[in-house]
Design a protein around this ligand. Sequence first.
Ligand SMILES: Cc1cc2nc3c(=O)[nH]c(=O)nc-3n(C[C@H](O)[C@H](O)[C@H](O)COP(=O)(O)O)c2cc1C
Length: 188
Amino acid sequence: MNKVQLKANTYLCPVPAALVSCQDKGGRPNIITIAWTGVVCSDPPMLSISIRPSRYSHGIIKEAGEFVVNIPSADIIRKVDLCGIISGRDSDKFEKAGLTPLPASHISAPLIKECPINMECRLAEIVPLGVHDMFLGEIVATHINEDCVDDSGKVNVGKIDPLAYTPPDRSYRSMGDVLGSYGFARKA
Ligand SMILES: Cc1cc2nc3c(=O)[nH]c(=O)nc-3n(C[C@H](O)[C@H](O)[C@H](O)COP(=O)(O)O)c2cc1C
């Protein structure tokens, strides 16, 4: 198959479509949809989110020094999209999207009840990169819906049904079938 060379582009795919919740110093919460996110360290557990300075959430997270990365299920796709096309400057996104704030255990920003995984993060560093600033966060607590974990503590990712985003066509997608698991290629 021949290759076509494109201009340098961020075609990493899939990436998660995450909902990041935050709260200003006055106690007003907000949500921003974030696709530019990833794990950056396992121990301490850390992740990154990249936010344009023009976003209302940018200033909130910079000032509060904390945020929550919430992993939505595919069934709340419309809420995920909505939180990515309206600004908290103009409206209360929890109310507009029909999402429920829940108290976190270690930080002031709320978890989003409707998302099966919630990672509370303390801001470690902001790295200006270009049009986005990268916020590095240390995960200080992780929450998961009870029905997504079995008695032995094993997480059922099928039940979480995370939503994927594919930058080349700006689409949301579901995850599809399990094809193998880490290290399975070692087995004959
Ligand atoms: C699927 C999707 C992914 C997005 N990813 C990012 C991102 O990684 N970084 C960013 O700054 N904005 C991203 N946005 C745009 C923001 O979510 C959007 O501008 C939002 O309205 C900002 O809200 P705020 O002003 O309340 O902070 C994304 C939007 C969508 C729909």
